[in-house]
Design a protein around this ligand. Structure first.
Ligand SMILES: C[C@H](N)C(=O)N[C@@H](CCC(=O)O)C(=O)O
Ligand SMILES: [Mg+2]
Length: 364
């Protein structure tokens, strides 16, 4: 199965409501789609969003990295030389983790098709069903309480609440949400790097002293501030999950060795795809650190790949794969079934993606 062409396109999917975090505010998912074609007539699908505020990757940079470096390096290679092709993707250009992830995902899709096995079974095959949380954007406390009730009415029982814009409001935000949804709903929060370490401890312990039952906090402090992250981990009542601080497997090992966080959030767009995500999973298994499988604002091709990984590995105990359910439509045919919080992985070979709705992709 030789790679003959790497074709790129763009999709744009409106969100149900604007997505607002401490780092950015957007109204739509804008993704680069990758199709890898082979001499056997197979197509592998991949996808990457331009999450510049987190990864530094813009649409133009994703396209440029794939066209100028990655595609040139892998065209002509045989998918059956899988390790060689995957390593070529990682090594042919530095950084550019989203571009690498998009191509890596398409290659796993092809490798699964080659051996007629779903990707989650290739990687471990732990389970077929997972349950995701849903994200509530940061707003004023009343709006967030209303959005939380709406999410509960849609059937979600775990909410990921964004905080960190005007931190003075954060305890009031969580108090309003907890009051609105009651005690049985799981609430996790994500500060997206917004707080200083001492401020984080004050806010988090203030929340727990009010009985708000926060399950975990994601990335309370700046990405590079590992000492600050460790300070929060050691001094707050709320377990800490590292997100923006963990891109590569090396980052994950460092955080685990320092005990700078209690958990890590694996995202394919940060680590460059499934090849490196599996290394983070192995490190987590060795250190006994549970993982979240998360996503950026992405449509279903790349989130589908994350579903495959989450269904393969039991050390992944927290799921934040709500990209597709935040969208107002799903232009992707095939793959995992997203029925609100319940996600069922596809049993088709590879990723099970059949294509993109006609007219929804703009080829380059
Ligand atoms: C979409 C997901 N629930 C999420 O919040 N992901 C990121 C932010 C993604 C983005 O800005 O596109 C996170 O910080 O966990
Ligand atoms: Mg996060």
């Amino acid at each position: 199965m030789k790679i003959t062409e790497v074709r790129l396109g763009k999709i744009s999917v409106p969100l149900r409501v604007p997505f607002k975090t401490a780092l950015r505010s957007v109204d739509s998912v804008e993704d680069v789609v990758v199709e890898i074609h082979t001499d056997t007539g197979h197509t592998g699908y991949g996808e990457a969003p331009p999450t510049g505020a987190i990864t530094g990757d813009t649409t133009g940079a994703i396209i440029g990295a794939i066209q100028d470096h990655i595609a040139k390096s892998i065209i002509g290679m045989d998918v059956d030389d899988f390790e060689d092709v995957l390593q070529k993707v990682q090594k042919c250009v530095v950084k550019n983790s989203s571009a690498k992830a998009a191509v890596d995902i398409a290659l796993w899709d092809l490798y699964g098709q080659l051996y007629k096995i779903p990707v989650y079974k290739l990687m471990g095959g732990a389970r077929k069903n997972i349950v995701t949380d849903i994200t509530i954007s940061v707003n004023d406390p009343e709006t967030m309480a209303a959005d939380a009730i709406n999410a509960i009415q849609r059937g979600y029982d775990c909410l990921k609440i964004k905080v960190g814009v005007n931190p003075k409001l954060d305890i009031d935000r969580l108090a309003a949400v907890r009051k609105a949804v009651g005690d049985d709903v799981c609430i996790r929060i994500d500060a997206n790097t917004a707080w200083e370490p001492k401020e984080a401890v004050r806010i988090l312990n203030g929340m727990q002293e009010k009985g708000l039952q926060i399950e975990l906090v994601e990335q309370p402090v700046k990405a590079h501030d590992l000492e600050g992250l460790k300070y929060v981990t050691e001094n707050s009542y709320v377990p800490v999950l590292a997100d923006e601080s963990v891109f590569s497997p090396e980052d994950a090992v460092k955080i685990m060795q320092m005990r700078a966080a209690d958990l890590v959030n694996i995202k394919l767009m940060k680590c460059g795809g499934l090849y490196n995500a599996l290394k983070i999973v192995s490190a987590a298994e060795v250190y006994g650190v549970e993982c979240m499988l998360g996503c950026m604002l992405e449509a279903k091709i790349s989130v589908n790949a994350a579903v495959e990984l989450a269904c393969a590995k039991k050390i992944i105990t927290k799921i934040d794969l709500d990209g597709p359910v935040l969208c107002s439509e799903d232009p992707i045919i095939g793959g995992a079934v997203f029925n609100e919080k319940n996600i069922t992985v596809s049993d088709e070979p590879g990723l099970g993606i059949k294509g993109i709705e006609p007219g929804k992709i703009q080829y380059l």
